[in-house]
Design a protein around this ligand. Structure first.
Ligand code: SF4
Length: 254
């Protein structure tokens, strides 16, 4: 599915191949992988064990690689003039949202052992606080109940305008590029990067195919701890739940 980013100001991009044979093949493979993740037995016990096996994350790696191929195929088969270039990080200066809970778990596994993890965590806490301040700022001006979508749109746009870098950005490189979550993979622009964090950016998403996406969101809900699909809030929330140790297998009781 192609989805326009909220700041998009022009008509939908002309992507032509979403239902061609190669798209269907890659989409079907994603569905198989998503289902295999969902069928992983340890998912059921995650709330008590705080642990998932390596094969779960191996499946996630294969799913991401297949999704990248799906995106690349659809872009190459279209007439779109994508302006994204290697080394550009404009889209890394926004609030990443739409993250599955298992992506938060996966990222936490990668980050927790880094020597500067404490600094990364503190920066995520600061970003989460900044976003919350924007939410509070907007709701304080409202006289009646405001839909959550409107509140989120305001906070996202203000946050993007401030252009604070993602705490996982090091220079022009994402420190978790191979493991970056779906919202970071799906984002493309038809306009110059200088417009990406403004209302003039013609940005769009190539979302995962519907069937796989439905399985993944259901799995995300089954695993969810007190969870936010915003990357900063999700990681901070996960880090505070000390019972989760997703990198180490539970010790068998004797
Ligand atoms: S996780 Fe990586 S790709 Fe995503 S916003 Fe952060 S630095 Fe950019």
């Amino acid at each position: 599915m192609i989805c326009l980013y909220p700041t998009m100001t022009t008509s939908a991009p002309d992507i032509v191949s979403l239902t061609d044979a190669e798209s269907r093949r890659l989409g079907a493979r994603m569905t198989v992988l998503a289902q295999a993740m969902a069928d992983t037995g340890e998912v059921t016990d995650f709330a008590s064990t705080g642990w998932l096996p390596d094969r779960f994350f191996d499946l996630l790696g294969e799913l991401n690689a297949t999704y990248d191929a799906y995106i690349a195929h659809n872009i190459s088969a279209s007439a779109l003039k994508i302006q994204c270039r290697f080394g550009c990080t404009r889209c890394c200066h926004q609030a990443v949202h739409g993250v599955y809970s298992f992506e938060v778990i996966h990222l936490y596994r990668q980050l927790r052992s880094l020597p500067d993890y404490g600094d990364i965590h503190n920066t995520f806490v600061a970003r989460a606080d900044e976003f919350q301040r924007l939410v509070a700022e907007f709701t304080a001006t409202q006289t009646s109940a405001t839909p959550n979508d409107a509140i989120a749109a305001y906070a996202l746009q203000k946050f993007a305008a401030a252009a604070k870098p993602c705490p996982l950005l090091l220079g022009n490189n994402c420190r978790v590029y191979e493991h970056r979550p779906v919202p970071c993979r799906m984002y493309y622009s038809l306009t110059h990067p200088m417009y990406c964090t403004t209302p003039h950016g013609q940005n769009f998403h190539i979302e995962p195919p519907e069937e796989a996406n439905a399985i993944l969101w259901d799995l995300s809900g089954r695993l969810a701890f007190p969870f936010s699909e915003y990357l900063a809030q999700g990681l901070v929330s996960f880090a505070f739940r000390r019972q989760f140790r997703p990198w180490a297998a539970p010790v068998a009781s004797t």
